[in-house]
Design a protein around this ligand. Structure first.
Ligand SMILES: [Zn+2]
Length: 188
């Protein structure tokens, strides 16, 4: 009898696994179909990985931002590093040093934006919302909110300029991107 029970459980598990595998496939079907379209007239094959326009951009993960389009560039032209808030973190600096020395980067744009979630909410509010969404406590997690966007931008630009591995020949600017007009405003 216990053998039959084990068999039934095994059968259910197999069915569940198959169901999950199907879901996993379906979850990306639309995107993979779009990718096949994209690849059907792919124009960027054989490129090397340098920034052809000599540009690197550090900006926010916000879906309203088109980092290449907003400065008239296209794939192949720029190195792009994104994170919440568009902050110059250790990882961003690592990317910029690689960009400057190995990938033709000569100009760096640091670009936070208007109506950014991490610059318009307190750490508590973001943690509360995430705890609520996750259904578990998120109070242990840091989200690096920005109290003063302009001051943070000044600090971030200074971090790049003062990095010992970023030569003086590299131009670094701090800009605010307006998500409602598409315009960049140079602040630093
Ligand atoms: Zn943002």
């Amino acid at each position: 009898m216990s053998h039959g029970f084990t068999g039934r459980i095994g059968g259910l598990l197999t069915a569940a696994r198959r169901h999950l595998a199907t879901l996993r496939c379906v979850a990306f079907d639309d995107l993979l179909a779009a990718n096949r379209d994209f690849a059907s007239d792919f124009a960027y094959g054989g490129f090397d990985g340098v920034a052809r326009a000599g540009v690197a951009i550090v900006t926010c993960m916000d879906s309203r931002i088109d980092p290449l389009g907003m400065i008239g560039l296209k794939p192949g032209d720029a190195k792009i590093f994104r994170n919440p808030g568009g902050r110059v973190t250790e990882a961003a600096l690592e990317a910029l040093v690689l960009g400057v020395h190995l990938l033709n980067v000569q100009r760096v744009l640091v670009v936070p934006h208007t109506r950014c979630a991490v610059a318009s909410n307190s750490e508590e509010v973001i943690r509360d919302r995430i705890s609520e969404s996750a259904g578990v406590d998120a109070s242990w997690h840091r989200f690096h909110v920005v109290d003063d966007q302009r001051r943070a931008l000044e600090m971030d630009v200074r971090k790049v300029l003062s990095h010992p591995l970023v030569p003086d020949s590299v131009e670094v600017g701090g800009f605010l991107y307006d998500v409602d007009t598409g315009l960049l405003d140079r602040l630093v």
